[in-house]
Every structure is written in C-alpha cells, then in structure tokens.
Design a protein around this ligand. Structure first.
Ligand SMILES: C[C@H](N[C@H](C(=O)O)[C@@H]1CCCN1C(=O)[C@@H](N)CC(=O)O)C(=O)N1CCC[C@H]1C(=O)O
Ligand SMILES: [Zn+2]
Length: 622
C-alpha cells in the first residue's frame, strides 16, 4: 500500500509510523504462528521432510524480515519522539542473520542447526548390561542413580562419542555461516550480536564481576563436595591438582549436583527430603506433576494453562518416532496456543523442569497483550529467571509440607543446613557452568578458538572455572561442547547465569512484598497474590522497555547484584568454612596432566605386569 512506497526523504510523520508498525504486527501474527508450528512439527517428529518444511519456512520469514526492514528504513525512526514507536522500529530493522544477501548462508544456518539438534536427539549408547539407551531417559537415569565409578565413566564417555564427536565438522561450518551472515547486520561476530540483546555496553565485564563475587562461595562448596566424594570413591581417583572427575556429580554435564545429595548430607540424622521417593510413594503421574506446577502459579494470581496447552503439548516421550526430548516451552504468538515439549518422567529433577518450562509459559501469558515484537523477556536472562523463580519457594520444607511431600517442617539448625546444602547443589554449583559455556562460544565466534583447539579450550575453561577435569584423556578428535544441548541447539547460555543471579534479587523483593518474616531461604510465596502482582508488573512489560526498567519494577534497583544470592547462602557458607578448615580449598588453574585410572583397572594392569614378568623369568630360568 501507500506505506511501502520508496520515499526519497525519510518519513518523519509518527502517525504513519504507528500505521506501519500496526500493519507489521498484524502481518507477523499468522507468519510467526505458521513458522513456530513448522518448527514444532520437526522437533516432535525428526524426519527429513519436516526439516525441509521448517527450513523453507525460516527462509520465507527471513525474506519478510528483509522487506520489512527495508521499508522501515524509509522512516526517520531514530528521530521519533515516542520511545515505544522508536523501539518497535529498532526491532523491525534489527533482523540478525536475515540481513545477509546470500540465502545459501541462511539455508546452511537453518539446516546445520536442525541437523546438529537431530544428531544430539537421536544419539544412543549401547551398554552390554543395558542395551542401547538414549540420553533421556536411559543415560540420564544411570548418571543420576549409579554410584559405580566405572559405570558412570562408560556412560559419560559413551554419550560424548555418540553426540559431540559426530558434530565437529558441521559445527565449524555452522559458526562460519553465522559469522558471515551477521556481518550484514553490522556485528563483528555472532557473540557480539547475542550480547547486544542485553542493551548493556559493559555486559561482558558485568557478568565477569558477578562471577568473581560469587566464586568464593563456589570454592567452599567444591571443597566440601570433593572431600565427601573422595570418601566415596577413594582419593586415588582424584588428580593431585584438586580437580574433581567430571562424571561423578549425578548430572551428564556436572552442571547441577543435587542428584548426589545422598552422598553429601551434612546431618544424616536430621530431616532431609527425598522428593523422588515421595513422588513415587504417592503415585505421582506426569499429568499430576503439571497440575501441581499450575496450582502454584495460580496460587499467586496467574492464569491457568489454556485448553490448547493441554491439547497440543507433548508431555511424554512418544514411542513411535524420534523427537527432541530436551524440554522446552513454546509461544505460538496467537494469545492462546502455548505448549511444553518434555519427555517427562516422575523424578524430582523433572518436577523442577516442569516448573521451569511452565514459568516460561506464564511469562508468555503475561505479555500476550503486547505487540508481537515486544513478546519476549526484558532480556533473555529475565525469561530464565522467571522460569526458575518459583523453584526457590517450591523446594522449601514449608512448601513440601503444603503439597504433602514432607510430613513435618523441621526447625532445627541441622535440618536447615541440610536444606541449604541441597539448594546450593543446584544454585551455587551451576554458577561457573552457566558462566563458562558462552565464554567458550564467544571465543569461538571471535576466532580465538577454532577447530584446532575447540576441546582444549573447553577443558581449560572447565578446569579453571568449575574445578572439574575429564576422567579420560581428551583430544581434538572429541568435541565435548557438542554433548550439551545448547551448543548444537544454538541457544545462548549466559542467560542462565544472569537468571541465577537475578532470581535471588526477585525472590528477596517478592518475599518482602509478601510480608515474609522467615529467613530468605525458608520463604514460600505460594498463595501470596501481593507477590504475584509485583511479579506480574514486570512480566507484563515483556521486552517493551530496557531490562533495567523491568528490574526496577520488582526490586527498585536498576542493576544486577550478587548480594541476595550471597545473603541467602550465608548460613551455609559459615558451615562450609568450618568443614573445610583442614582442606586445601581450590584447584590449579590448568587441567591435570595425568589422569588417575580406576583402581580396578590400575590394580589390574599392575597384576598383569607382574604376571608377565614372572612368566618370562620362569621360562628363562627353567
Ligand atoms: C530444560 C531447559 N530447556 C530450555 C529452557 O527452558 O530454557 C529450552 C531449550 C533452550 C531454550 N528453551 C526454551 O524452552 C525456550 N523456548 C524458552 C524461552 O526462551 O521462551 C534448559 O535447557 N535449562 C533449564 C535450566 C538450565 C538449562 C539446562 O538444562 O542446561
Ligand atoms: Zn528456560
């Protein structure tokens, strides 16, 4: 129409600007809905046909984005007075990879991401004792429950051979295509583009500073866990450098450690909760897990899940086809169709993931009234923080009693330490992991790391920041980053580090709003609509304002701060320091040069050597 004419001088009339963005918003309604549906079809049925349909749709979207960006630039939008109109135009012209003039690059980006995600999702490990298993649920169950050093090692190494190792070349092509395309949007590399979403020039330094503030707490937790794991597996399995072998944490990536809480309980006599056992005891099924989570959100005043959610979600692993099991939440941008895709099993870990994914859905529901361009988190870390925020209430003994997973709420200090340690195994253990993933990826996008040292740099970061080391020799034949979903799935990761910081800032503010008088780590905002209203004020902003405004809406502050997280764990830190008095806390910055082999194997090889020597000597002297 008239709005799309090529104007010689830029249009400065803001009324015409509003017409343009309103027309854009209506057009993308069906376009985005169709595109998300085609992605959903591939992720829930990994066929070549669905991959091709999804890629074609992504290419069409890119063409639309380019056209819209071109037409938007006929407006003098930088000079617009209205901040919201200006922000909408900025989002229309910032089209990322779609700005490239080489559609082959876009095709490569879309195909490679889908290809790599497919390799990850179809990967399987065959164990003589248990047949061939995929990551979910088979390998995850073993990593969660096995306490055999060798069995854990077989699964840990097997998964990396079946996933990352097969991705190395494709990933190099993937990075090259993304970096080439993003230049057309004026960014030096993909990492710079991803960081631009935080609209904070000092962002990279800010997260580094936050990490350094939190590291002392992590170091104490690491020392305590290392001591207890040495008691369990024998200290000769641990390198002299102070690192902990990466496969012993009850998690395939050592990113959260609460699955080995049973090996670490500070006060076994005092109260602590085994949620998984309780869930099984009470015949929890998958649907009930989602109803429990929905009940929490509704108790603070949020809407229930829509009928479309229950009709269209994929809540259990299908048996007749390959799917992407890695849990995720989906917004279909039609104000009604919101879905979760999760291969849900009945465990505590999974119950927390259910709350996480539904937290995303609640965010979608709270900004569905906004123009579609604003239907995102204030920044990606805010979306993750919203996904996690209820877990800080949900996991308290107080709340466990409310939902009948705990008989009595313990008030003694030993139980308190037990609870705080369990929370730290998720929330503190995660910090270096959440921090390092994109340190690696940003250095790859910058070209400081390439296929000749992908794995070397990955382990340098794992050894330096997490104080964990590989239990087997690693080479550049391996590609261990690819064994973590977000690398093939191409989801940026620093958002989770930001989330783990801001969720404690919000928890402190919401608990204050709720009139909580208990220590922060025992606060449960369940049933408190004052807290819910405060949270909703932020959620309803979507990405219509800079995240500092959203942060201010909840906490009154405009910056990220590590203090609420440190305050929350203060009682535990004191206890850990006491426990670690005799320990050499910390580890050497670089990875161990030698790798202790399992004693069984070591003993075996020693015996083997002795027997061969005897044999030779006996024969010789006979
Ligand atoms: C299990 C969870 N799956 C992600 C998430 O829910 O964030 C999925 C996959 C990647 C993005 N995503 C989404 O659902 C987005 N569409 C949500 C949105 O941005 O709207 C996940 O990966 N987590 C949870 C804690 C740490 C991390 C991990 O497990 O390492
Ligand atoms: Zn999330």
């Amino acid at each position: 129409g008239v709005l799309f004419r090529g104007a010689l001088t830029q249009i400065s009339d803001e009324n015409l600007g509003w017409n343009f963005v309103n027309e854009y918003n209506n057009k993308v309604g069906s376009l985005w809905n169709e595109n998300v549906k085609k992605s959903w079809n591939y992720y829930t049925n990994l066929t070549d046909y669905n991959l091709e349909v999804m890629t074609n749709s992504t290419l069409q979207m890119a063409e639309f984005d380019k056209e819209a960006a071109k037409n938007a630039s006929t407006f003098a939008h930088d000079g617009f007075g209205n901040a919201t109109l200006k922000r909408l135009f900025k989002k229309i012209v910032n089209i990322g990879f779609a700005a490239t003039n080489d559609s082959e690059q876009l095709k490569a980006i879309s195909n490679l991401e889908a290809d790599l995600t497919g390799i990850y999702s179809k990967g399987k490990v065959c164990l003589e004792s248990k047949g061939c298993l995929q990551l979910e649920p088979g390998l995850t169950d073993i990593i969660t429950n096995s306490r055999s050093y060798e069995e854990l090692l077989a699964v840990w190494k097997g998964w990396r051979d079946a996933s990352g190792k097969l991705m190395r070349t494709k990933y190099t092509d993937f990075v090259k295509a993304m970096n080439a395309a993003i230049k057309f949007s004026g960014f030096n590399d993909t990492g710079e583009y991803w960081r631009s979403w935080y609209e904070t020039p000092t962002f990279e330094q800010d997260v580094r500073t936050l990490f350094e503030e939190l590291e002392p707490l992590y170091v104490e937790l690491h020392a305590y866990v290392r001591k207890r794991l040495k008691e369990k597996y024998g200290k000769d399995m641990f390198p002299e450098t102070g690192h902990i072998p990466a496969h012993l944490f009850g998690n395939m990536w050592a990113q959260q450690w609460s699955n080995i809480y049973d090996l670490l309980v500070p006060f076994p006599g005092a109260s602590s909760v085994d949620i998984t056992a309780k869930m099984k005891e009470q015949n929890y099924n998958v649907t009930h897990m989602y109803r429990v989570a929905e009940d929490f959100f509704m108790s603070i005043g949020m809407e229930k899940m829509t009928d479309a959610f229950w009709q269209n979600s994929m809540l259990v692993k299908p048996t007749d086809r390959d799917v992407v099991c890695h849990a995720s939440a989906w917004d279909f941008y039609d104000e009604n169709d919101f879905r979760i895709k999760q291969c849900t099993s009945v465990t505590e870990d999974q119950l927390l993931t259910v709350h996480h994914e539904m937290g995303h859905i609640v965010y979608y529901q709270n900004y569905k009234h906004l123009p579609r361009l604003f239907r995102r988190g204030a920044n990606p870390g805010f979306h993750e923080g919203m996904a996690d925020i209820v877990s800080l209430s949900f996991q308290t003994p107080e709340h466990m009693k409310v939902i009948g997973l705990l008989d009595e709420v313990p008030q003694d200090s030993d139980s308190d330490i037990n609870f705080l340690l369990k929370m730290a195994l998720d929330k503190v253990a995660f910090l270096p992991f959440g921090y390092l993933i994109d340190q690696w990826r940003w250095s790859v996008f910058r070209g400081d790391t390439n296929s000749s040292n992908y794995n070397q740099h990955w382990w340098d970061l794992r050894c330096r920041f997490q104080g964990i080391s590989s239990p087997v020799k690693r080479t550049e034949e391996d590609f261990d980053p690819g064994a973590k979903y977000h690398i093939p799935g191409n989801t940026p990761y620093i958002r989770y580090f930001v989330s783990f910081v801001v969720q404690f800032q919000w928890h402190e503010a919401l608990c204050r709003e709720a009139g909580n008088t208990r220590p922060l780590h025992r606060c449960d905002i369940y049933n408190n609509t004052n807290a819910g209203n405060k949270l909703r004020e932020m959620l309803r902003m979507g990405s219509s304002k800079p995240w500092q405004d959203a942060m201010e809406a909840i906490t009154g502050q405009r910056t990220m701060s590590a203090k609420p997280l440190v305050n929350y764990f203060d009682p535990l830190l004191k206890w850990l320091k006491e426990q670690n008095k005799e320990e050499n806390t910390g580890w050497s910055a670089s990875c161990p040069s030698s790798i202790p082999t399992p004693s069984a194997l070591a003993a075996g090889s020693a015996n083997l050597f002795i027997s061969i020597t005897c044999f030779v000597l006996c024969v010789f002297f006979a």
